[in-house]
Design a protein around this ligand. Structure first.
Ligand code: PMV
Length: 313
């Protein structure tokens, strides 16, 4: 051990287009947001997290990070989060990425966003059973990322798991006015991903929907570059409808999406669905926030395209 204490922070994310379909190799776009998780790590007499004994069953991501990156003595770890857990804003990825970074720095290794993204994906994938590297890669890199099935300009790294392969690319994020609406329902990603897999395994209809989501995302990459918020919004709203057909929306998410659409370019669920959060792309943030509150949700006005994992001094 080279350092006595390290503090890092890693951002949450929203997926603009392509969740779920990305697990099947379709393109998707995610942006890092200015809600972060800070992690502090220092040597101690036993392994603890926020004062409690570390347990693989209760803290699978943190336990996974220690297993992947640490072979020295016990550590006390503290985390402090701006992100509600299970909100679809990438809290599990941000905590995993932030801790992996802190452990590297504690050992005297430098920051290496690719290595952190690859290890964090392995952890998330083993905890959830099945995952794409979108959350972990955007939390490590920050800004925006496009995950696609092949290498394109602005390539960052590629990640392989079983028969799937994802190519991660940097994406510049223009100034976007995004409001997140949290339903207050904590939904686990794993079962929703498994539900879509069952559907896709059994019907060509579901596979066609997944393909169409991929096409929306591919167009979205171009519209984002042109800052064409009108078309980007339309793509988002269409994506929501397709995700609802796949069975990953819920009444609360649909209510928030419907309530915000009159004041938005577009709106959709973001992340795994089944609860969690939706996003609206808008110039009328106050009206969108009010619409979300009126339907019982919690609004967050977020800044997109922020720094990835970093050391805090
Ligand atoms: O865990 P969430 O809510 O951020 O969702 C991640 C996005 C999915 O496409 C549903 C799963 C994945 O690993 O890509």
């Amino acid at each position: 051990m080279v350092r006595q204490m390290v503090v890092t922070s890693a951002p949450g994310k929203v997926i603009l287009l392509g969740e779920h379909a990305v697990v099947f190799g379709q393109p998707a776009i995610a942006v890092a947001i200015d809600l972060r998780i800070r992690s502090e790590v220092h040597p101690a007499s036993t392994f603890t997290i926020n004062g409690s004994e570390l347990s693989g069953a209760t803290h699978p991501y943190i336990h996974g990070a220690i297993k992947a990156q640490w072979s020295d003595g016990p550590l006390a770890m503290e985390t402090e989060s701006d992100l509600p857990s299970g909100s679809g804003m990438g809290s599990s990825a941000a905590v995993t990425v932030g801790l992996l970074a802190a452990l590297r720095l504690l050992k005297g290794d430098g920051m290496d966003e690719k290595d952190i993204a690859v290890r964090a994906f392995e952890i998330e994938s083993s905890v959830q059973g099945r995952a794409s590297p979108i959350d972990t890669s955007v939390s490590a890199h920050g800004k925006g990322i496009v995950v696609g099935p092949c290498q394109a300009p602005d390539f960052l790294w590629h990640i392989k798991k079983d028969v799937r392969e994802w190519f991660i690319h940097h994406c510049d994020v223009p100034r976007l006015n995004l409001v997140v609406g949290f339903t207050g329902i904590h939904a686990a990603t794993g079962p929703l991903v498994a539900k879509v897999k069952r559907y896709a395994d059994h019907t060509t209809f579901a596979r066609d929907i997944i393909q169409e989501i991929g096409e929306l995302s591919a167009e979205g990459v171009k519209r984002l570059k042109e800052n064409d918020v009108v078309r980007l919004g339309e793509l988002m709203t269409r994506d929501h409808k397709l995700l609802a057909i796949l069975g990953v929306s819920c009444r609360e998410l649909d209510k928030l999406v419907m309530a915000t659409l009159p004041y938005s370019y577009g709106a959709k669920l973001t992340g795994a669905g089944g609860g969690g959060s939706m996003i609206a792309l808008t110039d009328r943030t106050e009206e969108v926030c009010e619409a979300i509150r009126m339907k019982g949700g919690t609004p967050f006005v977020v800044r997109a395209g922020v720094d990835g994992v970093r050391e805090e001094r």
